[in-house]
Design a protein around this ligand. Structure first.
Ligand code: SF4
Ligand code: SF4
Ligand code: SF4
Length: 272
């Protein structure tokens, strides 16, 4: 029963958010939305526990496609960071603002960067590329994320200040074009650096929120030193080059852990 605590806890957290949002916003959509995401993520974790090889992919596709295709393309909600700024500026607490608050700002205090491992629609595609672990040394390009973060903020501010009409339409097209650019840059970088997650490591503006918040994450992979035989397998298979054998919060690349559990699956002594 102990092994099912994690998926059940995730489901409980999302159901609590779903019911709270439904009742406070008087909108049953939130009950459906957060229940669906919670069930999808919990199912992914459950399948992982059952040692299904593609467990994480199942969750990524279920959540990622729902957000990209249904919320983004069909409902016309800009769920990217530009959408977050947009709804923040208009003072509307819905769609992207709620999504960011739950998945990317306050949620990571509980489940770290679980969003990046189990739900992100950008990584959903990038994870299909052939470079599961970085095959070239890491570059000092982390500053690029501040640039993309600033660019997204400046873009939405400029659109607001210019007082152009049909803002909704602009934000919809910004979502389409933004995603095309993200996928193109992500795929090019993956092949250039031989690293599927190069986009996440250097470019993604959302890491400005994710990294500091996940530093304090309640849920994190820990190493049982009494069982560890220092074989180094966990570091070899980690897509984010995290030194997971170091239990301190300051461990190398610790705020980049996407909770994919690849290290735990490959540990020969079940130390993780
Ligand atoms: S770092 Fe950005 S692109 Fe990568 S998985 Fe996380 S949110 Fe998605
Ligand atoms: S794979 Fe397991 S045993 Fe090997 S170094 Fe990592 S934690 Fe230790
Ligand atoms: S392999 Fe382990 S340490 Fe690396 S990102 Fe996945 S869960 Fe985190």
């Amino acid at each position: 029963m102990k092994r099912y605590v994690l998926p059940l806890s995730m489901l409980a957290i999302f159901e609590a958010v779903a019911i709270t949002m439904w009742l406070t916003q008087d909108n049953i959509f939130y009950l459906f939305n957060f229940s669906y995401i919670g069930i999808s993520i919990s199912l992914g974790i459950l399948l992982f526990i059952k040692q299904y090889r593609y467990a994480r992919r199942v969750a990524q596709l279920l959540v990622g496609l729902y957000m990209l295709v249904y919320l983004g393309f069909i409902c016309g909600e800009n769920m990217q960071i530009e959408g977050f700024w947009y709804y923040l500026f208009t003072g509307v607490f819905e769609a992207a603002t709620i999504h960011y608050a739950v998945a990317k700002i306050f949620g990571p205090l509980i489940f770290g960067r679980g969003w990046c491992g189990f739900a992100c629609w950008t990584a959903m595609v990038l994870d299909f590329l052939p470079f599961k672990v970085p095959q070239t040394p890491r570059r000092k390009l982390g500053w690029l994320r501040y640039l993309t973060f600033a660019m997204s903020f400046i873009f939405v501010s400029a659109v607001f200040l210019a007082q152009v009409g049909s803002l909704e339409k602009i934000m919809f097209w910004a979502f389409i074009i933004g995603n095309v650019v993200y996928y193109a840059v992500g795929i090019i970088l993956a092949f250039l650096f031989r690293d599927n997650r190069a986009f996440c490591t250097y470019i993604c503006p959302i890491t400005i929120f994710l990294k500091p918040m996940s530093y304090f994450s309640l849920l994190r992979v820990q190493c049982d030193k009494s069982k560890c035989i220092s074989c180094g397998k966990c570091k070899k298979v980690c897509p984010m080059e995290v030194d997971v054998t170091d239990n301190s919060r300051k461990r190398k690349n610790g705020t980049e852990c996407i909770l994919c559990f690849t290290c735990a699956r490959n540990c020969p002594t079940n130390s993780l």
